[in-house]
Design a protein around this ligand. Structure first.
Ligand SMILES: [Cu+2]
Length: 458
């Protein structure tokens, strides 16, 4: 990104703040106040900063890798009126396999095609309603050789209203505000499909990576009734069902690159017992203390914790990883090398700079996640990388022609105890942190209990 482009981004942040144009010194002051963390981005990476509606600030480095596509690094969140906190050291796509259900096609689009290079398209205002930014993009198509890295406008930065952030009506006072989302996206065309690699940063500190797919269905993958869906006239032209199986790689650094990191899995299991009014569930945290793979389950989530980085309540800062909708999968590559039961929804390994891709990795450090886990079994998990797998099984429909409406696959990460209360506490709520001793809610409950004791029913 040029200095001009960076100034444009700062100007965009100023616009979002609703602050009018001032003198150049005013602009510099705003840049300083909205700058969040001091970033020292690696060569080829550019700093991005965005102040959110909550007053919190996101800041990170952005670069393009020929294979991984967009790479976000040194991701910091500065909760409103607080110091910047490092969260993630690097985040990028680690693989996408597309197996067709008739068994006649399989692609591994990150390692075989690459989302960076010439497949990453320059954007126009038609695709990007926000700001477009130039970045050096490797001028190669197949990832085999490195040529020039011309600067092209491939990054779209948009601020989107995310609706109601909170509402609370109490003591006759309405407290409510909206939130917003900062969306960074790039578009890569691989064959007939076009993929949107999107990273959404919320005003509440949440992070939602997403992959959208649009473009057109493969013109050559038509099959029979058992493996496709008729999208032509009458019972004709069965477009083959297929999956988009994605893994994202996230290297954590909550609280600072030198801070120890641990991983835990939360489960809440029904006990089969009834309480006085509702079934009893037992919640528990289990330590994930060595490199390992895990499966999703209802009410289950994982968190990366910095045990020595405490918030003002004395709780360790952490980020929760929540898998939403996923068609769980086993990579064909893993099934061939490690068996049919080698699928995972999330895996954790210790950071190794050679371990970049979820499959088809090169460099003698294992060919994929299952190798990384097996080769380091028994090691203490202390520098965690999470490999998050989200699958989408796509059954074509008439509406996919043409072009295809974007379909998405995504998961969520959100702060858990990063701050001792919500980061942007509105007026009148400053003292609420823990069980309230006196509030109108408590009084209401006491009144109700008195009424019940007096023989009244609900
Ligand atoms: Cu598809």
């Amino acid at each position: 990104m040029t200095t001009r482009a960076y100034r444009a981004l700062v100007a965009a942040a100023v616009l979002v703040l609703g602050v009018g144009c001032g003198s150049s010194s005013d602009a510099e002051d705003l840049e300083a106040s909205a700058s969040g963390a001091d970033l020292d981005c690696q060569e080829g990476a550019e700093p991005l900063t965005q102040e959110m509606s909550s007053g919190s600030v996101w800041s990170m480095c952005f670069s393009v890798d020929a294979k991984s596509g967009a790479v976000l690094s040194d991701i910091h969140f500065t909760p409103a009126d607080r110091e910047p906190i490092l969260l993630i050291r690097e985040m990028a796509l680690a693989q996408m396999e597309v197996p067709y259900d008739d068994g006649e096609r399989l692609t591994a689009d990150i390692t075989q095609a690459g989302f960076g290079g010439t497949r990453m398209h320059s954007l126009s205002e038609a695709e990007c309603a926000g700001e477009r930014f130039g970045i050096e993009v490797p001028n190669i198509g197949d990832g085999s050789t490195f040529g020039d890295t011309p600067e092209r406008e491939v990054l779209c930065s948009e601020i989107i209203d995310s609706g109601l952030a909170y509402r609370s009506f109490s003591d006759g006072t309405l407290t409510a505000d909206r939130g917003n989302t900062w969306t960074l996206s790039t578009i890569s065309k691989v064959g007939w499909y076009e993929y949107i690699a999107e990273y959404n940063f919320g005003s509440d500190g949440s992070i939602r990576p997403a992959l959208g797919a649009t473009g057109d269905l493969s013109p050559v993958d038509y099959t029979d009734e058992e493996h496709g869906w008729p999208i032509g006239d009458e019972e004709a032209d069965y477009a083959a069902n297929h999956a988009h199986n994605v893994v994202w790689r996230i290297h954590w650094g909550i609280g600072g690159a030198d801070q120890p990191q641990e991983v835990e899995q939360f489960d809440a299991e029904p006990t089969g017992e009834m309480g006085s009014e509702a079934p009893v569930l037992d919640g528990s945290l289990a330590s994930v203390d060595e490199p390992s793979t895990h499966q999703t389950q209802e009410r289950r989530w994982w968190r990366v914790v910095a045990p020595e980085s405490l918030n003002a309540n004395g709780h360790p800062m952490s980020y929760e990883i929540n898998l939403g909708q996923t068609d769980s999968f086993t990579y064909v590559h893993d099934e061939e090398n490690h068996g049919a039961d080698s699928g995972y929804d999330i895996a954790f390994t210790n950071y190794d700079e050679c371990q970049i891709f979820a499959t088809e990795n090169r460099g003698g450090c294992g060919s994929g996640v299952i190798d990384y886990v097996e080769d380091s079994a028994g090691e203490e998990l202390e520098d965690p990388v999470s490999w998050v797998a989200v699958g989408y099984h796509h059954v074509p429909r008439d509406e996919d022609q043409s072009p295809m409406e974007v379909h998405w696959q995504t998961f969520d990460m959100m702060p858990r105890d990063l701050t001792s209360t919500r980061a942007d506490v509105p007026d009148g709520r400053e003292d609420i942190d823990g069980q309230p001793e006196d509030s109108e809610f408590v009084e209401e409950i006491e009144d109700m209990e008195e009424m019940e004791d007096g023989g009244h029913s609900h």
